[in-house]
Design a protein around this ligand. Structure first.
Ligand SMILES: [Zn+2]
Length: 229
């Protein structure tokens, strides 16, 4: 049976087929209305998870994983609303900008996305984080920052669904599940992800890079979950 692939549709086709509107508030029209776009964060700040995984590089986030950011990340990632890669890439670029200003050390900067799980990428037919990273790098370059994306990390093991695990269980679940590959990147390395929860994924990405001889300057994410117990 042919699979339904909404992620392959253009915005225009999506409008016709799915009758979509703003991914933030649902108003008919564009995938992101002007009001919601104006409401997207333009700043970033440190977002240490609690507890913080030992040795975690400084994590920067544009905001909490709530409301508009959560809706847009979800629509882009899970529902393949690819037109959101532009605005979300802009948010991620701003996060990297703040990180670079806070942690001086020059350019170029190399964005390394955490690896998407293969099955997820195949099933969805797209790699949402890679797309965001590329959008962010392109935007940074337009603003004079020498930025590239390097897919330095591969997932080496199956990871259980994380959603019901505690911070400690996540750390164990993720330990040694990534490996660095390819040429050593030239420049400051920033690990990028969409959402920071316990920090375990970012920490594992950092471990794999460091094990491969690559120093990690910081971590840039769109959103960080609020403290949960
Ligand atoms: Zn809206």
């Amino acid at each position: 049976m042919p699979q339904h692939r909404p992620d392959r549709l253009s915005d225009a086709a999506r409008e016709l087929v799915l009758g979509s509107g703003c991914a933030g508030c649902g108003v008919p029209g564009r995938v992101l209305c002007a009001d919601c776009e104006a409401f997207l964060p333009r700043r970033a700040s440190l977002a240490w998870p609690s507890p913080t995984p030992r040795g975690l590089a400084p994590p920067y986030a544009a905001g909490a994983y709530d409301d508009l950011l959560k809706a847009l990340v979800n629509q882009h990632k899970e529902h393949g609303v690819l037109a959101l890669a532009g605005p979300l890439g802009r948010v991620l670029a701003d996060v990297v900008h703040v990180l670079l200003a806070d942690l001086p050390g020059g350019q170029p900067v190399v964005l390394v996305p955490v690896p998407s799980r293969g099955a997820v990428v195949r099933q969805r037919g797209h790699d949402p984080l890679l797309r965001l990273a590329r959008e962010a790098a392109a935007r940074l370059r337009r603003h004079g920052v020498a930025a590239t994306v390097a897919q330095q990390l591969v997932a080496t093991a199956r990871v259980q669904d994380q959603s019901r695990l505690t911070a400690l269980e996540r750390a164990v679940n993720l330990d040694r599940t990534m490996r660095r590959r390819g040429r050593t990147p030239r420049g400051r390395v920033v690990v990028v992800d969409d959402v920071l929860t316990t920090g375990s994924t970012a920490r594992e990405a950092q471990r794999a890079l460091e094990a491969g001889g690559v120093q990690v300057t910081g971590i840039a994410v769109l959103a960080a979950t609020r403290l949960r117990r």
